[in-house]
Design a protein around this ligand. Sequence first.
Ligand SMILES: Cc1ncc(COP(=O)(O)O)c(C=O)c1O
Length: 498
Amino acid sequence: MSDPADQRPPTQNSSARNSSGPPAIPETPLADALLAAAGSTRASFHALPVSRRGSIRESALADAYDALFGRGLFSEATITAPPLDSFFFPHRSLARAEELAARAFGATGTLFVTAGTTTANLIALEALIARPDVRVLADKGTHQSIHFALSDKHATVDYIEPRVFCEHSERAALSLPALLEQAAAAERAGTPYELLVLNGQSYDGVVYDIRAILTALAEASPSLTTVFVDEAWGAWSYFHEATRGRTALHARAADPALERFTVVATHSAHKSLSALRQGSLIHFSGDPELAERLRLGRYRHHTTSPSYPILASLDLARAQMELEGRDLVERSLRLARRVSETVAGDPALSAFSVNAPAVPDAFAGHAAIDPTKLSLRVSGLPIEAPELRERLYSRHGLYVNRCTRTSLLLNLHIGIGDEEVAALLDALRAIQRELSPAVERPDEQAGERRVSTSFIIPYPPGVPIIVPGEEIGGDTLRRIEAFRSAGARIYTIEHRPR
Ligand SMILES: Cc1ncc(COP(=O)(O)O)c(C=O)c1O
């Protein structure tokens, strides 16, 4: 059955593609305004001495600056209103750029943020938690920024714990029946939850089908109508029909029965689009008052020195996805299939395998594996995944961030092309040639049990293993050790008492 929302924007691809001649570049109001300001400014008697290379022109360090940042970046403007738009109260180029982003993602409104999704999440929760006693049902597998914001707001939080379903990738997912039962029980008791917080697209590549979750939730807890979905890794997925269907904003836009929900979603555009580092988006659909509360939240929590290059990159990245996003995502999907098939079929890669690309049946109705994130298991080498990661970087210049004891996470994002994939496969073949067969590793011992008064957070990825009040069991200690041996630091952070 075709989905009505698949026939209309988010993207302008089809109109751009069907016209004769080169496709029309979508409007980029903020990028244009920044470029114009850079061209017409001779000097700024405000701040940022390095802009226009003013402070480094004669410096012995000028070459290092130029090599690292290129000359283009020195057009960085501290100019805001009047020549450019005001960041906190936009009504011209930034307002238009945010409006275009909202349209591209199928949201009612969008706010640009230049301090990462760490800050975007804080802003979103500032807007969503108007009183300290708001009852929140939260996925425990969310990023630390959400836990800290909930803790600082003194929200009344009940957590639902995702269950690890693949010990190698450490991928985990929530049980939908458990979530629904908890929401329904609160509803029956007359104390329904007011806000549901989900990690919609995890660092490890587990993606929730938000439409399926909201559809079931509408029945289980009719009073729970506000949902916040951290989709830090998922902005790209709005631009291809194979992946758009599970996204938070699409869920509400695609199904009139879900219009009762107010949905807020955050995207680290820098993680998956052509945006500069820390470029992040907050989208919302539903409650019209939310726009003002989010703007106020941004005013309270955002740096008062936003980066205009980052803002302009958000504008360009959205335009690029409207124009070319489908092709870029298609390429990522194709390359991910290529890696999987090559690893499965090439004897020169027999030491590796791709961990199961599907979720177990118990999760299949509401969760899936992000097809562009492959978990590559190292089963036939005498080294573990952290050492493989180190070799890939030091000897082949190929960087992988996330790894467990046995597996590496390969993110086939839109910046990875055929050449990079070929280099990766060649490097893996070379490493397999160099090394001898695998050795077995004994299981770790379970440790003593106690109750935590703190968050225990491995970084990366910054998702707590333990929240205050939880019992620390043998399994916890095993997980801590696994993160440690994968190179993560373990942070213990006290819960702030009221
Ligand atoms: C799920 C999730 N949310 C939020 C963040 C924070 O995003 P940012 O790095 O843009 O601050 C991360 C970072 O890795 C993340 O994985």
